[in-house]
Structures are given as C-alpha cells and as structure tokens.
Ligand binder design. Sequence first.
Ligand SMILES: [Zn+2]
Length: 87
Amino acid sequence: MDRYMIVSPHNAEDCDKAVREVHAAGYLHHFEWGCKDEDHTGYAILEAEGHEHAKQIVPWWLRDRAHVSRLVKFGKSAKEHPHEKSA
Ligand SMILES: [Zn+2]
C-alpha cells in the first residue's frame, strides 16, 4: 500500500454534508478541514491501494473536484533524489 494525499474541496454550504458523508464512510479521523479558515477543503493522508481507491474515499459528488497524489519520501542519497538517474 502506498500513501496518498487527498485534497477535496467543497462549497461553504456543503460543509455539514461533506463532513457527515466522510464520517459515514468511516474516514473522518483521517481528515482535517480548512473550513474554519475560509478554506472549504478536506485534507487527508492515508494508505490506499491506488489512485482510484484513494478517490473512492471522497464522497461521489465531490470526486470530480478532488485531487489525489501518491506520496513518497526522498532521502539524502543521490540515487533517491527526484531528478537523479539511478543508473
Ligand atoms: Zn467547509
């Protein structure tokens, strides 16, 4: 399993609905929300099987606007550097 970051925006009037549905899906403890700072977006970093699986965690009516990124950590050695060829 890889780690994915989910960034899922919603409209101000949909806060309750978005939070309720993420809760109903069992993922509320993974999410943090920008709503109290006028940023109506849910943020989560969690393990998933792939992009599609990660996106399934977002309520269906928000999926088109959600952004999912697979996360990796880069170490200090040259071969782990993102732009180095590991030849
Ligand atoms: Zn909100």
